[in-house]
Write a protein that binds this ligand. Structure first.
Ligand SMILES: CC(C)(COP(=O)(O)OP(=O)(O)OC[C@H]1O[C@@H](n2cnc3c(N)ncnc32)[C@H](O)[C@@H]1OP(=O)(O)O)[C@@H](O)C(=O)NCCC(=O)NCCS
Length: 181
């Protein structure tokens, strides 16, 4: 077990100026269905899934796992952040992948363009840095996902390499809370 897996989960809800980051609850189910049924959300993340299939298979309390934060705005779920290590079977076959902590984000389209993704990701990275100071976080996003690339840069991720996987060019970046040497 690594240090990240030893961190107590779930943490107390994390509050920012406009948002709350918290563990998922049963009332978030409709939001999860929306998220995974949305063609816009799926454009760069492997596509959307049929709503009727999601209604059948999404559990009563979806996304209840270590490292998954629901982003709440005004009492309603607007998206999710994951900050965790990939399971071994999901690791990249193309770039060197030693299972670093990785950040991922999915917001409902109506929540784009308000700075909510940046606000919530900063809070999640702050939570991580307090627990594991100096430990790097990585991020992978398609290079044609312009919103995501802008967000990665805003958060302070720097490019390590580009490579092709899943039929598309991927941007692989790293962030660290350690002061630059
Ligand atoms: C990637 C994604 C999270 C980016 O969302 P986003 O809302 O563009 O990101 P930010 O939170 O950084 O918001 C930036 C925008 O909010 C605007 N904004 C408005 N009010 C703001 C405020 N108070 N503070 C900051 N920005 C604000 C900015 O001007 C910017 O707008 P622009 O893109 O038109 O220039 C979103 O597009 C998404 O969920 N995509 C689908 C999932 C996906 O592809 N994930 C990547 C795989 S890891």
């Amino acid at each position: 077990m690594t240090e990240l897996e030893r961190v107590a989960w779930p943490p107390a809800p994390i509050r920012t100026e406009r948002l709350v980051l918290r563990e998922s609850e049963g009332r978030d189910r409709a939001g999860f269905v929306e998220l995974f049924a949305s063609p816009e959300v799926g454009t760069y993340t492997g596509g959307s899934r049929p709503r009727d299939e999601l209604e059948r298979v999404v559990p009563e309390v979806p996304g209840r796992r270590r490292g998954l934060f629901v982003i709440e705005h005004g009492g309603t779920m607007i998206g999710i952040i994951e900050l965790n290590r990939r399971d071994p079977e999901r690791r990249s076959k193309v770039r060197p992948d030693t299972g670093e902590a990785e950040l991922g984000y999915l917001l409902l389209p109506e929540a784009w363009g308000h700075g909510y993704a940046a606000e919530s990701c900063r809070a999640a990275l702050g939570w991580f840095a307090d627990l594991l100071p100096g430990e790097p976080v990585v991020l992978t996003t398609r290079t044609d996902n312009e919103r995501s690339l802008r967000l990665a840069a805003k958060l302070g991720f720097t490019e390590v390499r580009r490579y092709v996987e899943y039929g598309a060019e991927q941007w692989f970046g790293v962030w660290s809370s350690a002061p630059p040497r």
